[in-house]
Ligand binder design. Structure first.
Ligand code: FEO
Length: 397
């Protein structure tokens, strides 16, 4: 993809990865992009690089605008390798006067690349740097998404180069929010938040409050993945505020796997009970649903209901996988329950309850187990469980 001038003298020079399908267990079924930005000013400055296999895309784009050796500064907003993987080649070609990063960024860069000879310049939160006509203000954003993370704010343009924040894993030939379908853009943004940033929600809420207190205008958000927010950056900031509060809606998610459809039959009866209480229900059979798509739905669901048949004295592997992934993402403010069919031992429900309790999900019941195949009477406790969950959802709103 060729460079795109996103503002006068500010150019996107990144790379589009159409083929990425997995990002640490997150299903990136529509690929991604690694966004780098080149500012042509008295001090020509490059913000972030791209994943190593795309280094020639980046260098080619830079050369279309300027000779690499004319670049004075390189800013590393984030050390994760999807943004710093090309740094050795960039520094070799550019020979920058300075490489700006946070204090944690310098530590992490040394631990990744072992190059103490690079011209590091550590910056502090709020520190400003003049490029000539433009001024960069560095905003430290620890844990969004790594300890080293920071964002760079261009004061004169109101442009926030936001690193991982506000991004999406979505490969497109378009570069801006107003060039793509808005509903799809928000879906990818929600998936990204749920699968990457959810555990740091408290920090995101704090960051947005701090930026509001500073009163700095944000006219454009140039994130390191996906589309640049130029039409309405407030739309994604509002969504991040809402998601960071973790205030779920009147929604329930029934996530399960099933051996011979008994657990699935139970899932349907639980769903019926929830519907009787006026709660919206989404059913997700993990044989057909990727864990990261389930997480997107977790974001706005109040009730999380997990079902598994018992296999070899435990829950099914797909359910264990989902629970392990979910636990790391630390969802808050949920009610839940477990259910499942069994043949002779039936440990799955107890094991699911243990994981949900460890995650501080409020269990509304000890769960429901059915031996082998439920008949009409056998489904009544499932219907009741659904109603109880629905009542808990309604009471919480
Ligand atoms: Fe896009 Fe945390 O890296």
């Amino acid at each position: 993809m060729p460079p795109v001038e996103i503002l006068k003298d500010v150019h996107w020079v990144g790379a589009v990865d159409w083929n990425l399908r997995d990002f640490h267990g997150y299903s990136t079924e529509r690929g991604t992009s690694y966004n780098s930005f080149l500012i042509l000013d008295d001090k020509i400055t490059l913000f972030d690089t791209v994943k190593k296999p795309f280094r020639s895309d980046l260098m080619h784009n830079i050369r279309r605008l300027v000779s690499p050796e004319k670049i004075s500064y390189v800013v590393v907003n984030h050390v994760e390798m999807d943004h710093s993987g090309s740094l050795p080649e960039v520094i070799e070609a550019v020979k920058p006067e300075k490489v700006f990063c946070s204090v944690k960024g310098k530590e992490a860069l040394l631990e990744h690349f072992h190059r103490p000879d690079w011209p590091f310049e550590v910056v502090e939160n709020g520190q400003e740097l003049s490029l000539g006509r433009r001024t960069v203000k560095f905003l430290e954003t620890r844990m969004l998404h790594w300890p080293d993370s920071m964002m760079s704010y261009l004061k004169e343009d109101g442009l926030l180069i936001s690193s991982d924040g506000f991004g999406q894993h979505w490969a497109t030939s378009e570069r801006f929010d107003d060039e793509v379908d808005e509903a799809e853009l928000m879906r990818h943004s929600a998936k990204y938040y749920a699968n990457i940033l959810l555990p740091y929600s408290h920090l995101i809420g704090k960051l947005i409050s701090e930026v509001k207190e500073l009163g700095i205008p944000i006219n454009m958000i140039a994130c390191d993945h996906g589309l640049i927010w130029r039409k309405n950056p407030g739309r994604i900031i509002e969504a991040y505020e809402r998601w960071s509060r973790q205030e779920p809606g009147k929604k329930a998610l029934i996530i399960y796997d099933t051996m011979w459809q008994s657990t699935e039959t139970m899932a349907k009866a639980i769903g019926d009970g929830l519907l009787q209480e006026g709660v919206s229900v989404k059913m997700m059979n993990l044989k057909h649903t990727h864990r990261s798509d389930a997480l997107t739905e977790v974001l706005e669901a109040k009730a999380l209901v997990f079902g598994s048949s018992t296999l070899n004295n435990g829950m099914l592997p797909t359910v264990a996988d989902l629970l392990q992934y979910l636990k790391g993402l630390k969802p808050k403010n949920k009610v839940g329950a477990a259910f499942g069919s069994y043949g002779w031992s039936g440990e799955a429900v107890k094991q699911i309850n243990e994981v949900l309790s460890a995650m501080k999900v409020e269990l509304v019941s000890p769960g429901v187990k059915v031996k082998y195949v439920p008949d009409h009477e056998g489904l009544k406790p499932c219907l009741e469980l659904g109603r109880k969950l629905g009542q808990a959802v309604n009471q919480s709103l």
